[in-house]
Design a protein around this ligand. Structure first.
Ligand code: ADP
Ligand code: MG
Length: 674
């Protein structure tokens, strides 16, 4: 049984100051400390020859001291110790500072193990400040992620002190044995202090399995919570009526997605569906069709966007598509005047409004509905799992649709959206023109301006995207959007109507600029990435990105998605002088393909899953040891086990599942508390 006090203050050598340093690493309890797995190991068991392929690498050598340790006084308080040692392959010069104690323990003629970064050249080897152990020392020494003032060695010592205070094993014994996994005790000992490679890999396997099991069991628990009955059963499908009034014909993919959703909506169990479609694939029309059927069936719908700008744009689109048919729509954001807000909330509570469109927080936190039937969340990758769950708790278990433009590989989607069904729009509306993309150096900026002007003169509109410049970054040569705007508005584009849009503008001003751009009053919009998500102006046909190397691959893809949305041939120009491999690869990939899926794969390869799926992106708990892109086999096995276990004990009531229930709650606690 775990003790109740799990604070690391109870451990030997951890006072207030040390505890504060651990906190910096996110470690506030014995459990968190034990889960602070080493990021690497020094392998004392497998020394390499002094002269081997080890230059510039941390390695371990077994050498005999040829000379006594000599001290060189450099200045007050600074002594350099130096000796020469060798193995069969040749000699190595060893230096270290100020460690008299160490110097007195080393004797000429004796053999020692030294571990450190090997430097030197083809004929010379040198180790500066290596760690030293007796010749018969074996095992692997953990190397931890550290912070200033707290060394890997100090963390190691604290971990040793913590190991006797083991937490309960969240994996039930039987399951663990059937999977052939070691105990938590063995795993934690061996992940920190592996006696050999085999023990380490046993420990890793067990901990990876555990992490993936907890994650998937947690997601299944979430899903169960939403699997209650819903009061909103749509008895009729009004899609045909909706489609007849649309200014365009729905694509096959849109029709299929609507059909899949409608099948859900007609059942008494709440829909939980992810609608995935690349930028410009027409997700909004799918959502509008569902909202239409929702209203016609006598239920209310809510559409939530991550920004005010997007909410306003959706409001315009939905009003246009739905209000003609008598659907009563309102917009609710932070800048809605208080009196208006009150009126809207009253109307939602008494049922005299059919559809509210707004920013996420506002709707979740402040609105009650009369008979909420459907909740649509746009650009869902900005929201976390828990935020999705928070809404499910509202009203009578409404149906939920989340829309995402982030194309993620299928295995990852299964994991991240584990509690959701998935519909995919894999077809663009007809008549879309391919976007021509170019990466050019800034020496050609004048010509690029000429290129923009040709588009504007032909009646099209365009964007110039500037990177975000943080305060204190002014010496980087980056030009803030505002300055850029002033320059071109008075200079190169003096004869055109130029606008400026960035995140720090007051909401009202942003709104005014976007409206003016949508209405064609502004021809060229200088903007930061505030326009990255969802903005839809089909007449915009050219997009230029300044300092394109400052943006991520997926981000540039999203930005490019702002053009090529109408019948016009569109062009995208990435301006950059960056020569580094990453930047060149990113821009080359974008010029080569427009396929969001292919781009996501390349991005994943470039950044690794940790970054690609950064916490903000998916809202999942952070994974400490599992790798969602490589541990697929364990992921599937853990998933199957999680399913079976929850089928047998849906609420985790059995005593043997108590530790599991606690651990899941802890893992998702940040999520649940939003
Ligand atoms: P996204 O999937 O990126 O949210 P939108 O829903 O904003 O894309 O749609 C992009 C553009 O395509 C909009 O201007 C929309 O009116 C238009 N559109 C959507 N569906 C169709 C269709 N079936 N035919 C023609 N145009 C369409
Ligand atoms: Mg959209």
């Amino acid at each position: 049984m775990a003790e109740t006090d799990r604070s690391i203050r109870q451990l030997k050598g951890v006072g207030e100051k040390r505890a504060a340093l651990f906190c910096k690493l996110g470690i506030d309890s014995v459990d968190a400390l034990l889960r602070h797995y080493p990021r690497d190991y020094k392998d004392w068991s497998h020394p390499c020859p002094v002269f081997s392929d080890n230059l510039e690498r941390v390695c371990c050598v077994r050498v005999k001291l040829l000379t006594p340790v000599r001290a060189h006084y450099i200045r007050q308080g600074m002594t350099l110790y130096r000796f020469t040692a060798a193995d069969a392959s040749g000699p190595v010069t060893v230096t270290f500072f100020n460690t008299r104690f160490l110097a007195t323990r080393l004797h000429a003629g004796e053999t020692y193990l030294l571990c450190g970064k090997m430097i030197g050249g083809p004929t010379r080897r040198e180790l500066a400040s290596p760690e030293i152990q007796p010749a018969d020392f074996t095992g692997m020494q953990p190397v931890y992620r550290t912070t200033a003032g707290l060394s890997s060695r100090q963390i190691e010592a604290t971990v040793r002190a913590a190991l006797p205070h083991l937490p309960d094993d969240p994996l039930p014994d039987r399951l663990r044995e059937e999977e052939g996994l070691c105990t938590l005790r063995e795993a934690l000992f061996n992940i920190h202090f592996p006696p050999d490679e085999a023990a380490l890999s046993r420990a890793r396997k067990r901990l990876i399995f555990e992490e993936l099991f907890l994650l998937q069991a947690g997601l299944l628990c979430l899903r169960q919570k939403t699997e209650a009955r819903t009061a909103a059963v749509f008895s009729e499908d009004f899609t045909a009526e909706f489609a007849a009034a649309l200014p365009f014909a729905l694509t096959g993919a849109q029709r299929r997605a609507i059909g899949e959703c409608m099948a859900d909506l007609r059942r008494p169990r709440p829909m939980n569906r992810l609608l995935q479609g690349d930028v410009g694939s027409g997700k909004t029309a799918v959502a509008a069709a569902l909202c239409y059927s929702c209203a016609k069936n006598g239920f209310q719908a809510a559409v939530m966007a991550p920004t005010e700008l997007l909410a306003e744009q959706h409001y315009a689109t939905f009003s246009k598509l739905l209000s003609g048919a008598g659907v009563r729509v309102a917009l609710l954001t932070g800048s809605t005047p208080p009196a208006q807000k009150r009126k809207i909330k009253t109307a939602l509570a008494d049922g005299s409004l059919d559809l509210v469109i707004g920013t996420h927080a506002l709707i979740v936190e402040t609105v009650t509905f009369d008979r909420l039937g459907l909740v649509v969340t746009d650009e869902q990758h900005r929201f976390g799992v828990a935020q999705r769950a928070a809404l499910a708790a509202k009203g009578n278990n409404p149906h939920r649709l989340v829309m995402s433009a982030t194309p993620i590989p299928r295995t990852l989607a299964l994991m991240i959206y584990g509690e959701l069904d998935v519909s995919v729009i894999d077809e663009y509306p007809k008549g879309r023109q391919k976007i021509q993309s170019y990466a050019v150096s800034t020496a050609l900026r004048e010509r690029v301006y000429g290129f923009i002007k040709r588009h504007l003169d032909a009646g099209r509109q365009g964007y110039i995207i500037c990177p975000l410049v943080e305060e204190g970054e002014t010496d980087t040569g980056l030009v803030p959007a505002e300055t850029y705007y002033q320059n071109i508005a008075a200079g190169a584009f003096a004869n055109y109507r130029v606008g400026l849009l960035h995140g720090k503008l007051p909401p009202r001003e942003k709104d005014r600029v976007m409206r003016a751009f949508a209405a064609g009053e502004i021809q060229l919009l200088v903007a930061t990435t505030v326009i990255e998500v969802g903005i839809d102006v089909p007449n915009a046909a050219i997009l230029v990105v300044e300092n394109a190397e400052r943006f991520g691959l997926s981000q540039l893809h999203q930005l490019r998605g702002r053009i090529g949305r109408g019948q016009w041939a569109s062009s995208c120009v990435f301006l950059s002088d960056a020569r580094n491999e990453d930047a060149v690869y990113r821009l080359r990939t974008l010029c080569k393909t427009q396929d969001g899926f292919e781009i996501a794969q390349a991005d994943l390869k470039l950044r690794g899953p940790g970054d690609f799926l950064g916490r903000r992106q998916h809202g999942l708990p952070e994974l400490k040891i599992a790798d969602l892109t490589t541990d697929l086999d364990l992921m599937q096995r853990a998933g199957a086990r999680a399913k079976a276990l929850l089928r047998a004990d849906p609420t985790l009531q059995k005593p043997e599942h108590a530790a599991l229930a606690r651990e899941i709650e802890r893992m998702f606690s940040e999520n649940f508390s939003t």
